[in-house]
Design a protein around this ligand. Structure first.
Ligand SMILES: [Zn+2]
Ligand SMILES: [Zn+2]
Length: 282
């Protein structure tokens, strides 16, 4: 993220705040989170992990760029960012978020910070679930905290490789930079082409429209979507084969560029509808 992008995010948030005052709590939290993340990613300024040539070779071989590469953010900046995020969570929840204990758990991972991030990227978070049992917060909230803490450090690296991803293309249903599952999708304002968005590292990649973003099912009869009554440019794409859903913003209806992180935050009503209908986030 850069300052210019943060300004655009803030102006989108203001637009939603005016249109839907009931989103105030969630928007206030996200605004703080985006601000903290921007501060972290602008201070991190890392050297690229691998060269452009090596990145292109990996992508061409179908491997995501971070695969088998230890990723170690600056420990002090990581810690300070965690404390700031924790304060934002405490303010929103109205009760003390267990930041020091959670940071200790992360920083004392047997593989260090890079071991923790590798475990997180491979969804190996059992110890986090165990930690949840001793707090009044649910696992989703703790996972939301952890992913938002790691995200700006991954984003600061991933930005180097977006041009190679665009150049080479990537047809998989996992992120070409960090290997995570996509979180949101957008349909292009000019031609309706679909882009998937990784909420962890903010990489975007093109993906077929008639294809599940999670199980790769391409049978059109098993794929459908429904639009939001609240924001008619937002929709939910569901797969009847694996019973997952992904939220999508159609830029042709929105009339401007979709900022997936904002669209995701303001569309929680669609998560409720999809989950009540028996679909799970991918
Ligand atoms: Zn990613
Ligand atoms: Zn599916």
């Amino acid at each position: 993220m850069n300052t210019n992008r943060l300004e655009r995010i803030n102006s989108e948030i203001e637009r939603y705040r005016a249109a839907q005052p009931e989103l105030e709590t969630i928007l206030a939290l996200y605004q703080k989170v985006f601000d903290i993340q921007e501060s972290a990613s602008s201070q991190e300024e890392p050297a690229p992990l691998i060269s452009d040539e090596d990145a292109i070779a990996k992508l061409a071989a179908g491997e995501y760029i971070l695969k088998d590469i230890p990723f170690e953010p600056s420990a002090e900046l990581f810690h300070q960012t965690g404390l700031k995020l924790g304060r934002a969570f405490t303010q929103t929840a109205g009760e003390k978020f267990p930041t020091p204990a959670l940071l200790k758990l992360i920083e004392n991972h047997p593989g260090g910070l890079s071991g923790f991030i590798t475990a997180m990227l491979s969804d190996n978070l059992e110890y986090l679930a165990k930690f949840t049992q001793n707090t009044s917060f649910n696992p989703e909230t703790l996972l939301f905290f952890v992913t938002n803490l790691v995200s700006p450090f991954l984003t600061a690296q991933a930005k180097y490789y977006q041009p190679q991803v665009d150049l080479l293309g990537w047809d998989k249903n996992t992120c070409p930079f960090c290997g995570s599952s996509p979180r949101y999708s957008c349909l292009d304002k000019d031609n309706g082409a679909r882009r998937l968005f990784c909420s962890l590292c903010h990489t975007q990649w093109n993906y077929r429209r008639i294809k599940c973003a999670y199980c790769s099912n391409a049978n059109a009869e098993k794929l459908r979507h429904f639009y939001s009554a609240l924001f008619p440019y937002q929709r939910v794409d569901v797969c009847e084969k694996c019973k997952t859903y992904i939220k999508t913003t159609d830029e042709r209806r929105l009339g401007r560029e979709c900022l997936p992180e904002v669209e995701d935050a303001v569309s929680i009503h669609l998560d409720s509808i999809a989950q009540n209908e028996g679909y799970q986030p991918g």
